[in-house]
Design a protein around this ligand. Structure first.
Ligand code: PFF
Length: 477
């Protein structure tokens, strides 16, 4: 049943495990399996990766605790929750405005997220059809797309991009599933999806990673991903790495404030947050170790950009035993991860509509789901009919980027770090200390460390990276 605001008790997770599964589901997504390898490849590997991991644990983890703290204390949508914490702490209620920034960010992200997930859906279809072909030919263990040349396989992505109707159909299907789950609510929608899909995700991930370790060029991949060339760590690369750490952990757009607000019982936030951060980073690294051995084994360019995963892997699966099956399962894996994340993204504005505008869940999810769908259409047209459009062309940082990359870049490089900055200053400096202690369950040594990171390191580091990344000229470079 669809609950309406104010008429029934607010929804919530059925258990701590349910929350962890949903939060890990939100964190683990296209950001790990598609965006992380893409960015690691484009930004030169090792130095980016190590800086990224540093961002996750020194900046991301304290922010995970902070966002969940706000949600759990506020028991409301992002804006309402921040307002509540501000009230309880004697701080100005206008702090809740940064919740609105998060709502807007999540709404924008889900619009292009669904387009990219649509590409994944298309590849599930392509690889699935190929596997069925292998089965009917009595060769279940053959490679993928046997008989197609490398150009033909890589050309599939170009064909897809040149076909707005196909892109639109995939985007529509994915957004439809997202909307369907979110409209069903927390218990029978989001929690149910997470408890079914996340175990499935991990089984697939481990299976494919073991397979990859046997067939790929692991040595070169490990060297690429973990040997730092610090000269490559420019302010822009740091900005990208920080943005990616925030994106991957679902921070800065109130995703964890919103999910945290559905926690009912009491439990320490430290261990829960550490679980989320480790699971998320582990999956990103495993994805890198799954993709780059194959990239190097077939001599492809690691800096290929957003098409890396789609153009590289189907070709690589061709030469591998069982590639037809594994290729299919690989794209199913990405799709599963994308669903549990996109529902968390759509939930942010949906909860806001319910909490602040008094809408029913059905109306709120439908409104924001449709709105995001429409913006997504502009993103996908940016690959064909609107390929010349440069939304923020006046800004050197976005002078060359198409519509999808602009929305992705603007949310990732500007909105997420800003949201994170406000969260850190608010929780580190404004929130009542006793309330923080009570609601996070942190004490002693760990409380001290966390407080230092959130009050000092996060605002300074995030602020510095934001300024130098966005205005490269500032360092004279
Ligand atoms: N963390 C997701 C990913 O890595 O794909 C993306 C995301 C989900 C960002 C939810 C923000 C959010 F609130």
């Amino acid at each position: 049943m669809v609950a309406t605001a104010g008429t029934t008790e607010r929804e919530g997770w059925s258990s701590r495990t349910a929350f962890i599964l949903a939060a890990v589901g939100a964190a683990v997504g296209l950001g790990n399996v598609w965006r992380f390898p893409t960015l690691a490849g484009e930004n030169g590997g090792g130095a980016f990766v190590l800086f990224y991991v540093g961002c996750v644990f020194l900046l991301g983890l304290p922010l995970v605790i902070s966002e969940i703290f706000i949600g759990r204390t506020g028991q409301n949508d992002a804006v309402g929750s921040i307002r509540k914490v501000a009230e309880k702490s004697g701080a100005a209620k206008s702090w809740s405005a940064f919740g609105l920034l998060g709502v807007a960010g999540a709404f924008l992200i889900v619009s292009f997220y669904s387009v990219v997930a649509g590409w994944v859906l298309y590849y599930v279809g392509v690889m699935g059809a190929d596997f069925v072909g292998a089965l009917t030919a009595g060769e279940p263990l053959r490679g993928a797309l046997v008989g197609e040349s490398q150009e033909a396989i890589q050309g599939r992505m170009g064909d897809l991009f040149a076909n707005p109707a196909l892109l639109l159909a995939m985007h529509l299907a994915f957004m439809g599933v997202t909307l369907f789950i979110v409209a069903r609510g927390i218990g029978s929608g989001i929690e149910k999806a997470a408890t079914i899909l996340m175990p499935m995700f991990f089984v697939l991930l481990i299976g494919i990673a073991i397979y990859g370790a046997f067939v790929g060029n692991m040595g070169e991949a490990v060297a690429f991903l973990f040997t730092p060339d610090w000269s490559k760590l420019t302010p822009q690369v740091m900005n990208t790495a920080l943005g990616q750490a925030l994106f991957s952990l679902s921070l800065g757009v109130a995703g964890l404030i919103t999910y945290g607000s559905y926690i009912k019982g009491s439990a320490g936030l430290g261990p829960t947050s550490v679980t989320i951060a480790f699971a998320d980073t582990g999956v990103a690294l495993i994805s890198g170790l799954m993709i780059f051995p194959i990239v190097f084994a077939v001599g492809l360019d690691p800096a290929a950009g957003p098409t890396l995963v789609f153009q590289t892997l189907p070709f690589a699966f061709q030469t591998m035993p069982g590639g037809a099956l594994i290729g299919f399962l690989f794209f199913v894996l990405i799709l599963v991860a994308a669903v549990t994340s996109s529902i968390s993204l759509l939930e942010v504005p949906t909860a806001w509509g319910i909490g602040e505008l008094g809408w029913s869940r059905r109306k709120s999810s439908l409104t924001f789901g449709t709105g995001a769908f429409l913006i997504g259409i502009a993103c996908l047209l940016g690959y064909n009919v609107w390929s010349d459009v440069r939304l923020l062309g006046f800004w050197p940082l976005f002078a060359e980027t198409d519509i999808l990359d602009t929305v992705d870049g603007f949310t990732g490089k500007v909105m997420l770090p800003l949201g994170a900055l406000f969260t850190a200053v608010f929780v580190g400096w404004k929130a009542d200390r006793n309330l923080v202690e009570e609601m996070t369950g942190l004490s002693g040594f760990w409380l001290g460390i966390w407080r230092f990171l959130i009050a000092w390191l996060c605002p300074l580091a995030v602020g510095a990276i934001l300024v130098t990344g966005l205005f490269p000229g500032i360092l004279g470079g």
